[in-house]
Design a binder for this molecule. Sequence first.
Ligand code: OOG
Ligand code: NI
Length: 264
Amino acid sequence: MERVEKLFEGLWQDYIQRLCPSAAQVHDLLTEDEPLLNDHIALRTFNLPKVGLDRLAAPFIAIGYKPCGKYHFEAKKLYAEHFEHPNPRAPKVFISELMVGQFSSELQQAVRELVNQVPEEALNDPAFLYGGRLWELDFATYDMLSAESEYAGWVAAHGYGANHFTVSINQLEQFTEVVEVNQLLRHNGFVINESGGEVKGSPEVLLEQSSTMADRVDVGFTDGVHSIPGGFYEFAKRYPMPDGELYSGFVEASADKIFESTNM
Ligand code: OOG
Ligand code: NI
C-alpha cells in the first residue's frame, strides 16, 4: 500500500495546487473524524501509442492495479478503462483517451506535433502522471482544439494530472444522499454540474454521482497566460450488488456527463 499512497499523494498535491485549488476547501467541508476515502480519480490522454491509455496505466499496473472495465463514448470519441487494486481502500483509477484518428486532419496534426515533443524518458518515471504538460502550446492551437473537442483542448493545455478526485459518500456519517452533498456545496458557493441532471445515475444502475464545475485556473501558453477550466471534484454513492458487495464499475451514460464538468 506504501507505493499506492506515494503515487496518490503526488497526484493529490498536483491536483490541489495546479488543477483544482478549491478542492482543498471541499475536502475540509466534508472531512469528518476519519480521513476522507477517495472512490476514484481520473486521468485523460490522447490515443497515440507514445502516450496512450496503456502508458498511463503502466505505473498503476506495476503497483498491483488490474484492468476491470471498458467504456465507449461515441459522440465524444473517447475510449476508457477502469482499474482496481486488491486493497479496497486504494482508489479506483479511470483512464480515458481521445480517439485522435476520428477527428479533422487539422486536429490530428496539431495533437501529433504536441506528442512528438514528449521526451520518451519522461514517461519512465511514474511522476509524469502528475507532471503537467510535456509540450509547448500556443493559445490559438488550444482554441482550435477546444472548438472541435473540449477534451482535446483540456489535455493539450494541462497535460498529465488527475482531473478529479472523488469523495466516497458511502463512508460519510453526516450525509447519505448525493443531493445533500450538492446542497452543502451550493450553500458554500460552488457550482454543480447540471448536465444530465444534478445527480447522474440511480440506485438501479448501482451508482449515483455528482460533480462541481471545474475551477478556472491560469495556464501559461507560449504567448501569454490565460484562465481556462482546470479540475473539478466528484461525489459518488455506490449500491450493493445481489452478492452484497458494492458495485465497483462505472456507468457510461453518467460518465458521459461527468466529462462535461470541464466544459467552458
Ligand atoms: C472522466 C469522466 C468520467 C466518472 O466517474 O464517470 C468519470 C473525466 O472527466 O476524465 O470520472
Ligand atoms: Ni469520476
